[in-house]
Write a protein that binds this ligand. Structure first.
Ligand SMILES: *Cc1c(COP(=O)(O)O)cnc(C)c1O
Length: 396
């Protein structure tokens, strides 16, 4: 008897344990702990009859192999869904999820605070195929009913919002959608299923940029889409028909990330909150945008719906010249200047949502900075930020 939980959707163990055992089968990996990296396109059959019946467990490399399937199984368990498909990046997970539920002539409601490249999927690609997008305020809640049209087929959420961290009332939006049979999707990259389980809230498609916390080491791009029983068939078919595959090396790295995800996220949460509280006490800082802080506008929804907070948040400086903000960021040694996040290392970027938001107005009252708090010692991070603020003072 295999010493593994093979149960789907009936977790025998706590989530931390499932992360460790899910999607591995040492008995069939020559005893090795990890599912090996299986490379290959062709899968051979013993006889014509077997070939013609597609009788083998695997039929063709593009259709999956033990490495990708192991990761999909572990993620299916984590999401509590009917199944998961893998895509080559987080953005392709967004686009394939949308393509799997929308068709020509359909109308899409997209949250205004979505990850910016998601907007281009809508404004450029979906538009070309005759799908119209309306952006909505992330704080709209049940009032989203007022934006529905007869051809509204899908509502896309991202909570908290990219960069500005607004928390959406997901259950209220799902309730409106369910009444009309409208499909709901969420980009759940910030929380991961460890801190928010979209399917438990009734969301049909749950998307993760696995590039972030799943991978966790800033060394791969991968996306995951999880579907409930209502939509998984359509998702799986669209994914297969479009010929989407991921490299087995990337699936392997993502599976390795999965094993430590719970401990990493616990630390990202703890350190993120420590730095957020410290920043909130600084004279240079106007506001900290972090839903786990009690005075954040999204705090009550966050507290109701989420089990935790990850290490990504933003803060607004009191007005200073751009040169002072740049000097602050340039001075930092431990915080790298770079896009993406979710790795073991801390990052910081300046941002401005003004040029691209269309349903809401971004008026933060000062320069905005987004930080990802990594796994470094928080005293070291605070010392680094303190040096940055000293530099900022000389340039203000
Ligand atoms: C990074 C990110 C993505 C895209 O992931 P890639 O792997 O970079 O394509 C999608 N959504 C959110 C919220 C992200 O932060």
């Amino acid at each position: 008897m295999a010493k593994q939980s093979k149960s789907k959707n009936s977790p025998a163990y706590a989530v931390e344990t499932e992360l460790v055992i899910g999607g591995r089968d040492p008995q069939h990996s020559y005893g090795f702990v990890n599912t090996p990296i299986v490379r290959g396109s062709t899968v051979l059959s013993q006889t014509v009859a077997e070939l013609e019946a597609h009788a083998g467990r695997y039929t063709y490399g593009r259709r999956g192999n033990p490495t990708t399937e192991g990761l999909e199984d572990a993620l299916t368990q984590l999401e509590g869904s009917a199944g998961v498909v893998l895509t080559p990046s987080g953005l392709s997970a967004v686009s394939i999820a949308l393509l799997s539920v929308l068709g020509s002539g359909d109308h899409l409601l997209m949250v205004d605070t979505a990850y910016q490249p998601t907007r281009r999927v809508c404004d450029v690609v979906l538009k070309r195929y005759g799908i119209e997008t309306t952006y909505y305020d992330p704080l709209i809640g049940a009032d989203i009913a007022g934006l529905l049209r007869p051809n509204t087929r899908a509502i896309f959420m991202e909570s908290p919002g990219s960069q500005s961290l607004e928390v959406q009332d997901v259950p209220a939006i799902v309730a409106v959608a369910a009444e009309r049979g409208i499909c709901t999707l969420i980009d759940n990259t910030w929380a991961t299923p460890l801190f928010f389980r979209p399917h438990d809230a009734g969301v049909d498609l749950s998307i993760q940029a696995g590039t972030k916390y799943l991978g966790g080491h800033s060394d791969l791009n991968i996306g995951t889409i999880s579907g409930n029983a209502r939509v998984f068939g359509r998702l799986k078919a669209t994914h297969g028909d479009l010929g989407i595959t991921v490299a087995p090396e990337d699936a392997y790295l993502a599976a390795r990330g999965l094993r430590t995800m719970a401990v990493r996220l616990a630390r990202h949460q703890e350190s993120g909150l420590a730095i957020a509280r410290w920043l909130a006490g600084r004279a240079e800082v106007l506001r900290v945008l972090h839903p786990a802080l009690p005075d954040d506008p999204g705090h009550s929804l966050w507290k109701r719906d989420f089990k935790g907070a990850s290490g990504l948040f933003s803060f607004i400086l009191k007005p200073v010249p751009k040169a002072a903000v740049d000097g602050f960021l340039d001075e930092l040694e431990l915080f790298g200047l770079g896009f993406s996040w979710g790795g073991f290392e801390s990052l910081a970027i300046p941002f401005d949502c003004t040029p691209y938001r269309t349903a809401t107005r971004w008026q933060p009252g000062g320069p905005a900075i987004r930080v990802h708090i990594g796994l470094e010692n928080t005293d070291d991070l605070i010392a680094d930020l303190t040096r940055g603020f000293a530099r900022l003072a000389t340039l203000s």
